[in-house]
Ligand binder design. Structure first.
Ligand code: AGP
Length: 609
């Protein structure tokens, strides 16, 4: 969703802003804009659609901004008001002398507009423009930028990350936030801010998250932070722990393919650093056994793919640790009157760590007294900061909207949590837990085996190119993997796909199966194989076009197997099978000529409820 970038330093600003916005493109957007401090005034340039349109607009204006070294930029994912030039950010006030970019939602913008009596002055339909008007009013009153921003922010309700510049106040950017993220860094080229470190990580490996409800005054050589009472605030410095080149396509046509292929490595990183003497060890994540000893039940909260990782976690924890696990869609959680108490461990799963539904659900659970643990990919993100404990997946930056490596590393963390919890709660003895860990350590190789055979999957993908609908069937542990596979196919290929627990199909949906209907069948669970074979035969006898993915030892003459999955213990098949199905979705989308990395209507970071 919306993204912000800002720079003040000694280099031409426009290139830095445009590069930063390009790095934020993955968040999803439908218009963009920049505001640049030029010698005579602040110049604003905006465009609808792709960033290239903004680049095209800038062409020919170079003389205006050639010498400029300060500015702010924005990509907008429309919420309040259509993607139009007037609604695009930056928003200006006072004849362009005050400029604001905003990420988030201002819930009381109508009330503010009415109380300020400015309905006729506003040029856009957004909830954001009112912020510029409000700050301008306060600036005229206090004649002080910081005071004007602080007094305005006190009146805002909702979520916001703001970057603000004033003409005539020197080369300074002001930034403040509530919930929506802002990270900052300094380098020899100057000071930078952005919604995500990926936009500015190339300038410095040290960065910090701007603490909520503080104000940053950003100049070329310094970033000064104060709370709203005027006290200095010293934020925690974080270190980038991935190679900045990880944010490039590295020769692949799409980020998604690159990220799928990175899975063996990132799984090794995520798993191996947490195994010591053949035992799962979470001490570096500062998670003590006490957390598991004291918990009687677990609630997993997440959205989309991250929730599917939670379903895999439920299967593992319930089977091995014998603790009840509820998995909630974060968007439903606070409205479901969930049964949680002080002995519930709430596990929030999120790649971005910024999904607003998950964040709100986490805060709600904390108010009910639950202990919280976050499984997050982005360091210093809101969910990571809010949670009592955090385990970082070491997936590196995930740019493609369709989540792949973040998902499998989330699942890997669930394996580690299960192992440690089972050991702590004496559900697995030393031999049991080391055997479990040995199996876990085989996952990266199993995934490598699948990636090495990706062209086999590419051929199978051709069978789906002309389809409008597909169904996916599997039993037990395979079912959540198919929910994830089905989401992957839908979001990037626009083919309608539904996953079913195979036994459920005949309770209605089998009515939709007719000659040629594609059905993807997954079979990795030995104890369910006979039943799955008979479910596959049911759809075959209705002339469905079945594509079967089966574990090597379960391949039988009774049904055709189209892709043989590597032999691995039943409890560990969830990772290799999903990687095979990620590739299937990927090839369908790329062979259809679609924009695999940026599917229509979707945003990578979902910061609105
Ligand atoms: C998956 O491919 C999606 N893009 C989506 O379902 C995603 O997993 C969901 O929006 C949650 O995001 P998060 O992990 O950043 O919280």
């Amino acid at each position: 969703m919306c993204g912000i970038v800002g720079y003040v330093g000694n280099k031409p600003v426009v290139d830095i802003l445009m590069d930063g916005l390009e790095q934020l493109e993955y968040r999803g957007y439908d218009s963009s804009g920049i505001a640049v401090m030029c010698p005579e005034d602040i110049k604003v340039y905006k465009a609808i659609g792709k960033l290239q349109n903004l680049r095209d607009k800038l062409r020919g204006h170079e003389k205006e901004f050639n010498t400029s070294t300060m500015g702010i930029g924005h990509i907008r994912w429309a919420t309040h008001g259509a993607p139009t030039l007037l609604n695009a950010h930056p928003h200006t006030c006072n004849c362009g002398r005050l400029v604001v970019v905003h990420n988030g939602i201002i819930e009381n913008y109508e009330a503010l507009r009415d109380s300020l009596g400015v309905e006729n002055e506003l040029k856009s339909e957004t909830d954001s423009e009112i912020i510029a008007v409000l700050i301008d009013r306060q600036y005229k009153k206090y004649k002080n930028c910081e005071k004007a921003i602080i007094e305005s922010v006190k009146m805002l309700q909702g979520t916001f990350a703001l970057a603000i510049i004033f003409d005539g106040e020197g080369d300074k950017i002001y930034a403040t936030r509530n919930v929506s993220p802002i990270v900052c860094c300094k380098s020899e080229k100057g000071s930078l801010i952005a919604s995500d470190i990926i936009a500015i990580g190339q300038y410095s490996e040290n960065y910090f998250v701007l603490p909520e409800m503080t104000i940053a005054k950003i100049t070329r050589d310094d970033i000064e932070i104060k709370d709203f009472a005027g006290n200095s605030v010293c934020p925690e410095i974080l270190k980038l722990d991935w190679d900045i080149n990880a944010g490039t396509k590295g020769g692949f046509p799409f980020y998604m393919e690159k990220e799928i292929c990175e899975q063996p490595d990132v799984l090794r990183k995520t798993i191996n650093s947490r195994i010591k003497n053949s035992l799962p060890d979470l001490s570096e994540d500062k998670i003590s056994d006490e957390l598991f000893e004291n918990c009687t039940d677990i609630t997993v909260i997440a959205c989309g793919t991250a929730m599917h990782a939670g379903l895999i976690g439920k299967h593992l924890i319930e089977n091995i640790c014998e603790i009840p696990v509820n998995v909630y869609m974060a968007s439903e959680f606070i409205y479901s009157n969930p049964i949680i108490n002080k002995s519930t461990l709430v596990i929030c799963v999120s790649q971005s760590g910024e999904t607003i539904d998950t964040l709100e659900a986490l805060k709600y659970a904390q108010k009910k007294g639950a202990k919280s643990l976050a499984i997050v990919n982005v360091k210093g993100s809101s969910i990571a900061m809010q949670s009592d404990y955090v385990i970082y997946t070491q997936a590196g930056p995930e740019i493609a909207v369709a989540s792949t490596k973040a998902y499998t590393t989330q699942v890997a963390i669930f394996y580690l949590l299960t192992a440690r919890m089972a050991y702590t709660k004496k559900k697995l003895n030393y031999e049991g837990v080391t055997k479990f860990i040995d199996e876990l350590a085989k996952l990266p190789d199993a995934v490598e085996n699948i990636i090495a055979r990706k062209e086999e999957i590419h051929l199978l993908a051709k069978k789906l190119l002309a389809s409008e609908h597909t169904f996916m069937i599997g039993r037990g542990f395979d079912y959540p993997s198919l929910l994830e596979a089905s989401l992957k196919l839908k979001e990037i290929s626009y083919i309608h796909s539904e996953a079913f627990a195979s036994g459920e199909l005949k309770h209605g949906t089998i009515a939709l199966i007719s000659k040629g209907t594609p059905v993807i069948a997954l079979m990795t669970q030995r104890y369910l194989a006979a039943k799955q074979i008979s479910n596959i035969k049911e759809v075959m006898s209705r002339k469905a076009e079945v594509i079967t993915f089966a574990k090597k030892s379960l391949v039988t003459k009774d049904i055709n197997c189209d892709f043989v999955l590597p032999e691995i213990d039943d409890d560990f098949t969830a990772v290799p099978s999903v990687v095979a199905l990620q590739l299937l979705a990927y090839y369908v989308s790329s062979d259809k000529g679609l924009d695999v990395d940026k599917p229509r209507n979707l945003a990578k970071v979902v910061t609105v409820e």
